[in-house]
Design a protein around this ligand. Structure first.
Ligand SMILES: *[C@@H]1O[C@H](CO)[C@@H](O)[C@H](O)[C@H]1NC(C)=O
Length: 507
């Protein structure tokens, strides 16, 4: 009921809508109202949550209840304190301009600085240029894209936006570095000519995946890649596979569909539920359907808010969610039961740091002595807990040490089944010199795209560790004198994996 800070950001978790928590007022809410329900009521967020800017304002008399966005707010005769809610990006700027227009320009300036730094995304709009859309609606689409460009506030420190027009074939109208401000981009959008043809969205997505987000086209690497697909009706080709590959390259896909197929047209739809098949989460966050081209302007702000919500762009590739990690674990007699448990702890501690699911990072493990054993493959477990349990269950084998054969085995049994666009990372842990040659199998693995890390303990041979490791060896190879010191290298290893990831192109 008492608001301490004049202004703060509240994070509303997914599923925050709850009738137990009441809301009093409309636009201005009595201070003991639920912030998240008030934000849903005012249309800033939906039940999937998000960040909300809360501003304290004076209490007043006559809070008016209303029903809006599925939330019923109540009336209240008077209260001593109130708050306003707005989105953290655009809403903030608009609210600041509208409601505090007599306040100092400094505030507006700080809002825009905040805005441009908050929404650093590399965006590609796929514009529908097919004949079916018609001239008039094509015009409306251009106006929409212009308004989005305006609302985003294009700039080299904030969002950058390019446009690809599709019909039979896609072509790039502008890439990410063609225009560095909203005004120029908007003017250029006005001049785009309709291509005509079919609505080959799948083809367009493949095109964007291969050609759009390249360094040469202004892709910044440090900014999430986002594609917004505009579709009039439905696509004339399939989108599922092309979308999957694009998502696996780290592209977040949004769909804005306008005027869905009527009942009588349903049999013409090539791929039913194409939107759900194309997006990475079917929560509704990644798709917006607009019943008519004439109401498209209403989604400018909701769309901008979503593409700028970088924390929720879950489909972006990061160093923690984009790898297939295969552990190759030395189970030879010299390790001993106690130390073997320590090694498994080490494996678990590393695994814990990653985001694990069948579409994020996957973990596999091989144990070796003279022989090799597949403990579990990449597709065996799809939650972190299952992976950690499986690591715990690995039983110590005991025997000789054929590290070379183990690398070949891991290449065949684990990494040959790695998904395209996943980074193949091998983490090999050994405590002694191998009975066989390691360099030829290691080189073959490197050539097949496996990034190899070697962790040597106690009697491990430095020359072998170096041969196993990817280049540069000193960043891919570690040595510890004792199993009890293994834990010290967990963070270092994660850090090296992430540094290497971030220094390379994303796609
Ligand atoms: C694993 O993590 C636990 C908990 O943080 C820690 O106590 C243990 O020493 C770590 N062991 C290894 C080998 O990393």
């Amino acid at each position: 009921g008492k608001i301490i800070n004049p202004e703060f950001i509240a994070k509303c978790p997914p599923g925050c809508q709850d009738v137990k928590h009441r809301v009093y007022g409309t636009d201005i809410y009595a201070s003991f109202s639920s912030v998240c329900n008030a934000a849903i009521h005012s249309g800033i967020i939906d039940n999937s949550g998000g960040k909300v800017l809360v501003q304290k304002v004076a209490g007043h008399s006559g809070y008016r209840g209303s029903f809006s966005n599925g939330v019923r707010s109540l009336s209240l005769p008077r209260w001593r304190e109130s708050f306003l809610v707005s989105g953290t990006a655009l809403g903030w700027a608009f609210a600041a301009c509208k409601k505090d227009s007599n306040q100092k320009a400094l505030k507006i300036l700080s809002v825009f600085l905040y805005l441009s730094s908050d929404c650093k995304v590399d965006l590609s709009f796929l514009m529908d240029g097919s004949w079916s859309i018609g001239k008039r609606r094509f015009q409306l689409q251009k106006r929409f894209l212009g308004n989005v460009a305006q609302a985003l506030g294009i700039g080299s420190a904030g969002p950058l936006m390019g446009i690809v027009q599709y019909g039979d074939d896609p072509s790039t109208e502008f890439n990410l570095k063609t225009y560095a401000n909203s005004k120029d981009l908007r003017n250029a959008i006005e001049k785009i000519q309709q291509k005509g043809g079919l609505s080959n969205v799948g083809k367009a997505l493949s095109f964007v995946n291969k050609n759009f987000f390249l360094d040469a086209n202004g892709n910044r690497g440090g900014a999430p890649n986002v594609v917004v697909v505009m579709v009039d009706g439905w696509p004339t080709d399939r989108v599922e596979e092309a979308s999957r590959l694009a998502r696996e390259s780290g592209i977040n896909i949004f769909f804005v569909t306008v005027e869905a197929a009527a009942q009588s047209e349903k049999q013409n739809v090539v791929e039913p539920n194409f939107v759900d098949k194309a997006v990475c989460r079917t929560s509704g966050f990644y798709s917006i359907n607009v019943p008519s081209w004439f109401s498209l302007h209403k989604v400018v702000q909701p769309l901008v808010k979503r593409v700028c919500d970088t924390e929720r762009l879950a489909c972006s590739k990061t160093c923690l969610n984009a790898a297939d990690i295969g552990f190759v674990i030395d189970g030879s007699s010299s390790v001993g039961t106690g130390n073997f448990r320590t090694v498994l702890q080490f494996v678990a501690n590393i695994s814990k740091e990653f985001e694990i699911s069948d579409t994020d990072t996957r973990i596999g493990a091989v144990q070796y002595t003279y022989e090799q054993r597949l403990e579990f493959s990449f597709d065996k477990y799809s939650t972190k807990q299952d992976v950690l349990n499986a690591i715990k269950r690995i039983s110590y084998w005991s025997g000789g040490t054929s590290t070379g054969a183990a690398i070949s085995y891991a290449s065949e049994q684990l990494f040959s089944k790695s998904k395209p666009n996943k980074r193949k990372i091998m983490i090999l842990i050994t405590d002694g010199r191998s009975y066989d040659d390691v360099s030829v199998p290691a080189m073959a693995a490197h050539q097949n795209g496996v990034i190899a890390y070697s962790i040597g303990v106690a009697w491990a041979a430095p020359d072998e560790l170096e041969a196993i490791a990817s280049d540069p060896a000193k960043e891919h190879s570690f040595f510890v004198d004792d199993f009890d010191n293994l834990y010290r290298y967990v963070n270092q290893l994660i850090q090296n994996i992430c540094t290497e990831f971030n220094s390379q192109p994303r796609n």
